[in-house]
Design a protein around this ligand. Structure first.
Ligand code: 13P
Ligand code: SF4
Length: 354
């Protein structure tokens, strides 16, 4: 939908008043009305790097979700303030692993006698507490664009991986990219005693997958892939690795949001694509490539926007920028220094991956 011209003008004016003091980051899932004000857009890996590369900006306005703003705070200097335009922009997947649950899981692994062989690998989509746990136990963070390298690195450090919190990204990377079998993976359910696993299962497993998932990507189905293939002959199916394993197996290509954009940029004229990721991005790509004669459709019409990504809208961005321009620091995201120390260790291991 077209943005309110009055709000567009107010955002522009406030941003101009702030000048170099502000740097606006926009995740690819953000609304068009917000993306137009981003100084840089990217997937979660690119945005983490870009935030760290701006030490002169006093304010980093993060148009994305809470865990991304936390990561930006960890990677920026203490003098910089990271701001999330709506504090309710969380992530249901990140909420599926709490510090208490993960500490309990570590006790279960210790009890089973496997903890000393386990290296934690945590998806970027996790709280700073989980990242700190990961750093403390010698592990690394990964994103959907470097999960394979993170797993390779972790298997050089130990024999088993505890993958948090997205079981699908963990399983897809292990099976699709690393040649493991489905039986090498077990799922740890934090709501069951001992994660629902026996000590023997934990000893046999190579990948211990946390029982978390993305509520948006988890809704794409094999039927949606079959339907689109029947409807659009010759269609290329391209999905995000947060989709279920059977959906990824049925697709032609799999990758992060940045990968999806690059694939469509490189796609030949006349090609047809069905994309399984968040709707704001798919719509933007469909519009962008319409005049290049690339047909781009959303993989499943029943899947909707990521509701928390969508919380960042133009009114929240205007309020944020105007407050900052008036010298009022609002919605700051600040990770405490003890958590930051270990979370940073894990994030830096990711940034140093080959
Ligand atoms: P990427 O941008 O790294 O592909 O991650 C997708 C996502 O779900 C972010 O919340
Ligand atoms: Fe979280 Fe999924 Fe939304 Fe990404 S798309 S922010 S993983 S709920």
């Amino acid at each position: 939908s077209p943005s309110d011209p009055d709000l567009v003008e107010r955002a522009r004016a406030a941003k101009e008043r702030l000048g170099d003091k502000v740097f606006v980051l926009g995740h690819h899932y953000q609304r068009d009305e917000v993306i137009q004000f981003a100084d840089v857009t990217g997937d979660s890996f690119k945005l983490a790097r870009d935030a760290a590369a701006r030490p002169e900006a006093e304010y980093i306005v993060f148009c994305g979700v809470h865990f991304m703003a936390e990561s930006a705070d960890i990677l920026t200097t203490d003098a910089q303030a990271v701001v999330l335009p709506d504090l309710a922009a969380g992530c249901s997947m990140a909420d599926m692993a709490t510090a208490e649950q993960v500490a309990e899981c570590w006790d279960v692994l210790t009890e089973a006698g496997v903890a000393d062989q386990v290296v934690p690998v945590s998806y970027m989509n996790s709280s700073a507490d989980i990242k700190a746990f990961t750093g403390r136990h010698g592990g690394t963070i990964c994103t959907s664009s470097n999960a394979k390298r993170a797993l390779e690195w972790a298997f050089e450090q130990g024999e088993k991986i505890l993958f948090l919190p997205d079981q699908h990204l963990g399983r897809n990377t292990a099976v699709r990219d690393m040649g493991m079998s489905l039986t090498d993976c077990v799922v740890y359910n934090p709501h069951k005693p001992n994660g629902g696993l026996t000590a023997e299962q934990l000893r046999d497993a190579k990948m211990i997958l946390w029982r978390g998932h993305c509520s948006v990507h988890g809704r794409f189905s094999v039927e949606s892939v079959e339907d689109v293939r029947a409807r659009i002959p010759g269609v290329n199916v391209l999905v995000h690795p947060e989709c279920k394993h059977e959906v990824v197996a049925a697709a032609d290509y799999v990758g992060s949001t940045e990968y999806i954009i690059k694939a469509l940029e490189a796609a030949p004229r006349g090609s047809k694509w069905a994309i399984g990721t968040e709707l704001n991005l798919v719509r933007r790509l469909a519009n962008r490539f319409a005049d290049e004669d690339k047909e781009i459709v959303f993989l499943d019409k029943t899947v909707c926007f990521c509701s928390t990504m969508n919380r960042i809208d133009l009114p929240h961005l205007v309020w944020t920028l105007e407050s900052l321009a008036d010298g009022k620091l609002v919605n700051r995201i600040e990770v405490d220094s003890e958590t930051e120390k270990y979370a940073k260790l894990a994030l830096e291991r990711m940034l140093a991956l080959p």
